[in-house]
Design a protein around this ligand. Structure first.
Ligand code: ZN
Length: 424
């Protein structure tokens, strides 16, 4: 991805660096060729370099670009399981994914980690974004997901006689688990996404307390993935599934909904990050009836919502790392609503605004394995910056309103916001 050439200055706004330092009321950020050279108080800032593009951020908050840590670029208005995989041909879904990536960037998300994708679309989307062919967040790709036969994602009835090779690799046993990872090695993914447990969405045979992979399968996935330098994560609701994932050596846990004391201890011991993706559950409860979700499914989402909120609180309070990502792309939880996750964590789960913003920036970058490159505003990091009108620390809901974005900056280049296309 190209970085800006020359100096960029963003000054006179409240500066939230996500480094753990207190908010700077009158801040200044200077970048040179896309790399931050100064982020601090304006009073102590070096002189503005000659020829700099200067953004007057008075009345604004300057913060790191957001990281969507559980991003499904290929999901689009999913209202039934079929919509995940067989509704559209791969050609059309690729175009939808590019549109979703552009939207995410416009929403202030300068980086994102895929939580699974139809075919290998996210791998190629990442390449296209890196080559500046199409705009979007800096991506970490997952490609196809892995699930045990008969598990949550093996939902297609046999009588249909159609394969499910687009979204998931269905496995039986450790040998097939290794074979599936080898396919993903060739695809070029960075994260292997698995399905250790079921979900409230499938109450009859794979509800949220069901296991969908054996420990042996999960361990085989990890050994093969780590051998090739890939990381492993998984959809984990049930407590036993969370513990299986942690014992098998997973690098992250998605949801971590029903974690128990033993699970928490295992999680903290290896400092494994989690991504709750929890607003989806509230949206499913509130808007489920409108979309015809059965009452049993809605009840399951309610249980998941409460369990997930309690687990996220416990994990953060115990010193664990939590990333913000939201499973957006469902009909009742559409792309573009990403920042609803953040306000939800403040209003419903009980995180502070500062905690939530650090989860949504620095922790997200760390989960992507790129914490040394972005996720905080400090010298030496990429100038991935969001400039928002108003006081975001006082009202995190401002992040939901793209009309308030002065600039979304990626590598020192203004990619979206009111200042897009304006000079000097
Ligand atoms: Zn997901």
């Amino acid at each position: 991805m190209k970085t800006g050439s020359g100096p960029l200055v963003v000054e006179k706004g409240k500066l939230f660096t996500a480094t753990g330092a207190p908010l700077i009321p009158d801040g200044c950020l200077i970048s040179q060729d896309g790399i931050i050279t100064y982020a601090g108080a304006r009073a102590q800032a070096p002189p503005i370099p000659s020829g700099a593009r200067v953004i007057d951020a008075q009345g604004c908050t300057i913060l790191p670009g957001l990281v969507e840590a559980h991003f499904h670029p290929t999901y689009f208005n999913v209202a039934a399981l079929e919509d995940l995989d067989i509704k559209y041909p791969v050609e059309y879904v690729t175009l939808l994914a590019a549109a979703n990536a552009k939207l995410a960037l416009e929403c202030g998300y300068t980086a994102g980690r895929s939580g699974g994708s139809l075919f290998n679309i996210d791998v190629w989307l990442k390449k296209a974004i890196e080559a500046d062919i199409t705009p979007g967040p800096r991506l970490a790709a997952s490609g196809r997901e892995i699930c045990g036969a008969g598990g949550l994602m093996d939902w297609n009835p046999e009588f249909r006689k159609i394969g499910m090779e687009g979204l998931v690799l269905i496995i039986n046993g450790a040998e097939e688990a290794r074979a599936a990872v080898r396919k993903l090695v060739k695809d070029g993914v960075e994260w292997v996404k698995t399905y250790p447990t079921g979900d409230a969405a499938s109450p009859d045979i794979n509800d949220h307390h069901t296991l969908c992979m054996t420990f042996e399968e999960m361990h085989a996935v990890v050994a093969m993935a780590h051998n090739h330098g890939m990381k492993v994560t998984g959809h984990c609701r049930a407590g036993e599934g969370i513990k299986n994932a942690l014992r098998a050596g997973y690098d992250a846990v998605e949801h971590a909904t029903f974690i128990d004391d033993e699970g928490l201890e295992l999680l903290l011991k290896r400092d494994v990050p989690i991504v709750p993706a929890l607003y989806f559950e509230l949206a499913s409860v509130e808007r489920g009836p409108e979309f015809g979700l059965p009452q049993r499914v809605i009840d399951g989402h309610k249980e998941t919502l409460e369990g997930g909120a309690e687990s996220a609180r416990r994990i953060l309070r115990a010193g664990g790392r939590v990333g913000m990502g939201g499973d957006y792309g469902f009909a009742w939880n559409p792309h573009g609503d990403y920042a609803k996750e953040l306000a939800f964590f403040v209003d419903y789960v009980g995180f502070t605004v500062v905690e939530t913003l650090i989860c949504a920036t620095r922790t997200g970058a760390e989960i992507m394995g790129r914490g040394h490159e972005f996720g905080a505003l400090e010298k030496g990091k990429l100038a991935d910056i969001l400039v928002v009108e108003g006081d975001v620390l006082g009202n995190i809901k401002l992040l939901q309103d793209r009309g308030k974005f002065l600039a979304v900056v990626q590598g020192g280049i203004i990619k979206a916001g009111k200042l897009l296309g304006t000079a000097g």
